[in-house]
Ligand binder design. Structure first.
Ligand SMILES: Cc1ncc(COP(=O)(O)O)c(C=O)c1O
Length: 394
C-alpha cells in the first residue's frame, strides 16, 4: 500500500490514468504483482527486455561489476574495462565504417549527440525528419519528432527542422546542400510500426551522398534483434553515417549510444574541446549489463525464430475487428477502428493477465513487442486472450 500511495502522491505522473500495476518481481516473459497474479509481458517495457526478465547472466554481470566499482569518473577520462569492452563488442555487430560509440544515458540523449555531431561535422544547421516520428522528449529530440500535439506547448524548439513523409520518394528533394542531417527510424516505432522499403532507404542514402548530408538511423527501438536482425538497417544494404541506440542495448539498464566512425566522433574533442560531455554516460554497471546481454543474444537468440514468432502473431491475430497488422520480427502494430476499441482490448487483456500497450502517434492501434525469447505456448496464450477481447468489441 505504501508504494502505491507514494507513487500517486509523490511521484510525478505522465498521464492522468497510469496503469498502476505494482510488480514485485519478474521472470522470463512474466511480471508478478503484489497479489501474486502473473501477467504475460507482450511489450517488454517497450522493446527493452529483449531477453525477458531476470536473465541470469546479465544479473551476474551486474553484480560482479557492482563489487568492482560503480562510478569513478565522468565519461571519457578514465579507462574502465566494462565500457571499453562493450564498445568493442557493440561496434563488432555494426557495419563499417561505423567503428566507435559515444555512450550516454538514454535514447533521447543519443539523438541529441547525433544532431550535434552532424552540425559540427557539416557546419550546417538544417535537420530533416519525418512526420509521425518519435526520437525522444528532450528539447532537441522533441524538435525532430513529428507529433505536433506533443510539441506545441514547448515551442520555441530547434529552428530549421523540416518534416517530410516517411517512405515517400518524391519528398527526398527537400534534402539539399543546406541539410546537415536526416534523422529517420528505418522502422518507425511510435507511428505504429511503419516500415521503410529497401528502395526508399537506398534512394535516401543516395540523396544524402549527393548533398553531403549525414544520414542518421534511429535504431533505439528497432535495434538489438527486435526486427529479426541485429538492426533494422540490416534488412537493406543501406549503411547510415550515424546510428542511435538505447532501450534493449543495455540489458534492462538505462543507457544510450551514438555509434559513428571514430574519426567523426573525434570532432567532439576539439573546436571546442569537450564538445559533448556527460557525467554518467558509459556507466560501468550499465555497460557490463549491455555486454552480458549482447553475449547472451549472440548465444541464445535465433533471428529466424524471432521473425517466425512475429509472423505467427500477425497471422493468428487476423480477425474481423482487426483492420490491419504491420509486423517485422517481433515489432507489431494491430489496427482497430478507434482508440476506444484499443482501450477496451487493453482493459480486457490486463484483467486477463496479458500486457499490451498503446502507441504515441497512432491511437487506433496497439503494440506488441514481447521478449524475443518468448515461448510459443505463451504466444498462443496471448493470442487466445487478445482474440477473446476482439470478440467482445461491439
Ligand atoms: C525510436 C526512438 N527514438 C528515441 C527514443 C527515446 O528514447 P528514451 O526514452 O530512452 O529517451 C525512443 C523511445 O521510445 C524511440 O522509440
Amino acid at each position: 500500500m505504501k508504494a502505491e500511495e507514494n507513487f500517486y502522491k509523490r511521484q510525478a505522473q505522465t498521464t492522468p490514468f497510469p496503469i498502476g500495476l505494482e510488480g514485485t518481481h519478474a521472470k522470463g516473459s512474466y511480471i508478478y504483482d503484489t497479489s501474486g497474479k502473473k501477467y504475460l509481458d507482450m511489450v517488454a517495457g517497450i522493446a527493452v527486455s529483449n531477453l525477458g526478465h531476470g536473465n541470469k547472466n546479465v544479473n551476474r554481470a551486474i553484480k560482479n561489476q557492482v563489487d568492482k566499482h560503480l562510478h569513478t569518473m565522468v565519461y571519457g577520462e578514465f579507462i574502465q574495462s566494462a565500457p571499453a569492452e562493450f564498445a568493442a563488442n557493440l561496434t563488432g555487430i555494426l557495419p563499417k565504417p561505423i567503428d566507435a560509440v559515444y555512450f550516454v544515458n538514454s535514447g533521447a540523449e543519443a539523438v541529441e549527440a547525433a544532431l550535434k555531431l552532424a552540425k559540427r561535422c557539416t557546419g550546417r544547421s538544417q535537420i530533416i525528419s519525418f512526420k509521425k516520428s518519435y526520437h525522444g522528449s528532450t528539447h532537441g529530440a522533441l524538435s525532430v519528432s513529428g507529433n505536433e500535439l506533443k510539441k506545441r506547448p514547448f515551442r520555441p524548439l530547434l529552428p530549421d527542422v523540416h518534416f517530410i513523409e516517411h517512405n515517400v520518394g518524391a519528398d527526398l528533394n527537400h534534402i539539399t546542400t543546406k541539410t546537415a542531417a536526416v534523422i529517420i527510424e528505418p522502422v518507425q516505432g511510435d507511428a505504429g510500426v511503419r516500415i521503410a522499403s529497401k528502395s526508399y532507404l537506398k534512394a535516401l542514402r543516395e540523396r544524402c551522398n549527393e548533398t553531403g548530408t549525414k544520414l542518421i538511423f534511429d535504431e533505439i527501438q528497432s535495434g538489438m534483434g527486435r526486427t529479426g536482425k541485429w538492426f533494422a538497417m540490416n534488412h537493406s544494404e543501406v549503411i547510415p553515417d550515424y546510428v542511435t541506440l538505447g532501450k534493449a542495448t543495455f540489458g534492462g539498464m538505462p543507457g544510450g549510444a551514438l555509434a559513428a566512425p571514430k574519426n567523426e566522433l573525434d570532432a567532439f574533442t576539439h573546436n571546442p574541446m569537450l564538445g559533448h560531455i556527460t557525467t554518467f554516460g558509459g556507466h560501468p554497471v550499465v555497460c557490463a549489463a549491455g555486454n552480458a546481454a549482447l553475449e547472451e543474444m549472440k548465444r541464445t537468440v535465433n533471428f529466424e525464430e524471432v521473425e517466425a514468432k512475429g509472423e505467427y502473431l500477425a497471422t493468428a491475430l487476423k480477425h474481423e475487428k482487426v483492420l490491419e497488422i504491420r509486423q517485422i520480427g517481433l515489432m507489431l502494430a494491430v489496427d482497430l477502428s478507434s482508440a476506444n476499441e484499443v482501450q477496451k482490448v487493453f482493459d480486457y487483456c490486463l484483467k486477463n493477465g496479458v500486457i499490451i500497450f498503446w502507441f504515441l502517434s497512432n491511437p487506433h492501434s496497439f503494440r506488441l513487442a514481447p521478449p524475443l525469447n518468448i515461448e510459443q505456448k505463451d504466444l498462443e496464450k496471448a493470442v487466445k486472450v487478445m482474440r477473446e477481447a476482439f470478440n467482445i468489441l461491439p
